[in-house]
Ligand binder design. Structure first.
Ligand code: NAD
Length: 293
């Protein structure tokens, strides 16, 4: 069996998988591979599948399968899996890190010190304690964030048309009822026809004045130009962003917007998560090994 690691995984993974057969990261051998492991960079398109004539199993290390042509894979009887449960803690911690960094001016304060400036009077902080967090999409990651916000003494609301009740979050069936009271809004929905461009000019009008927006979900669920306008007008006090229209972004207006913290799509990139992803991949290959050659 040939296993192709097409994107970056834990460095210990090739050795772990060697008990199943040969493991390579040589993308030129895709036509020989029985198993292909991808994260978000490799696009398993129709052309990719046509080229991979031995392919029986694709595993996407992470959540979402938007980089795999699922219909064509099904037609070609290729099994496709993700490792959806592995990344929840990593992404929730990053969303929470952005919620802490923005009102505490962590990046602004650090940058000013490096520039030899002393902004003690200018940098006034606000606390998370007692504030309201509105979570859009209370699935695995949203739920992990809810636990952390609850521990910090925040009130937690959530909007998710597919979830009726939640242990920690109070569910709001009308999105605008959540938006007009939330000091923080954190996005954890998948990219679908429904969520594409959801945070736009009209929806931003419904936000509480001076709210903070966090997006570690998918870039295309916001209209970047509209978020920039809201930052410039002060409607939004800040924006913490990990996800983009493309990786890396091209000509994003966020580059010159005020009070933005930008990260290079590192939500899932913790050491611990890569180890968890590796363990799940090993279990999946073990489960399907008799069907792979
Ligand atoms: P999940 O499926 O457990 O949760 C997603 C939730 O969104 C579900 O409860 C679903 O009902 C809800 N939802 C769907 N449509 C909605 C809508 N229109 N409005 C409100 N809620 C809606 O998924 P998860 O594991 O929590 O991951 C959430 C998202 O996080 C993923 O889809 C992915 O886009 C993103 N993600 C980002 C990173 C990163 O590196 N930044 C890593 C992993 C996942």
């Amino acid at each position: 069996m040939l296993i192709l690691l097409s994107d970056a995984f834990d460095p210990g993974l090739p050795e772990k998988l060697s008990r199943f057969g040969e493991v390579t990261d040589d993308k030129g051998r895709v036509s020989e591979a029985h198993v292909v492991l991808v994260r978000s960079k490799t696009k398993v398109t129709r052309e990719y599948i046509d080229n991979a004539t031995n392919l029986k199993l694709v595993i996407r290390g992470g959540v979402g399968l938007d980089n795999v042509d699922l219909d064509y894979a099904r037609e070609k009887r290729i099994i496709v899996h993700n490792t959806a449960d592995a990344s929840s803690i990593a992404v929730a911690e990053l969303a929470f890190a952005l919620m802490i960094a923005l009102p505490n001016h962590i990046t602004k304060g650090d940058k000013s010190m490096h520039e030899g400036k002393w902004l003690k009077k200018e940098l006034k902080r606000t606390e998370l304690y007692g504030k309201t967090l509105g979570i859009l999409g209370i699935g695995r990651i949203g739920s992990e964030l809810a636990k952390r916000a609850d521990a910090f003494g925040m009130k937690v609301l959530a909007y998710d048309p597919y979830v009726k009740s939640h242990d920690i979050a109070e569910m709001e069936s009308d999105l605008k009822d959540l938006l007009n009271v939330s000091d923080y809004v954190s996005m954890h929905m998948p990219l679908t026809d429904e969520t594409k461009g959801m945070v736009n000019k009209d929806l931003l009008k419904k936000f509480k004045d001076g709210a903070y927006l966090i997006n570690t979900g998918r870039g295309k669920t916001i209209i970047e130009e509209d978020v920039v306008e809201a930052l410039k007008s002060g409607k939004l006090a800040g924006f913490g962003n990990d996800v983009w229209y493309s990786d890396p972004p091209e000509n994003t207006p966020l580059m010159d917007a005020p009070n933005v913290i930008m990260l290079p799509h590192i939500g899932a990139s913790t050491k611990e998560n890569l180890l968890r992803i590796g363990d799940i991949i090993e279990q999946l290959i073990d489960k399907y090994k008799d069907q792979l050659e």
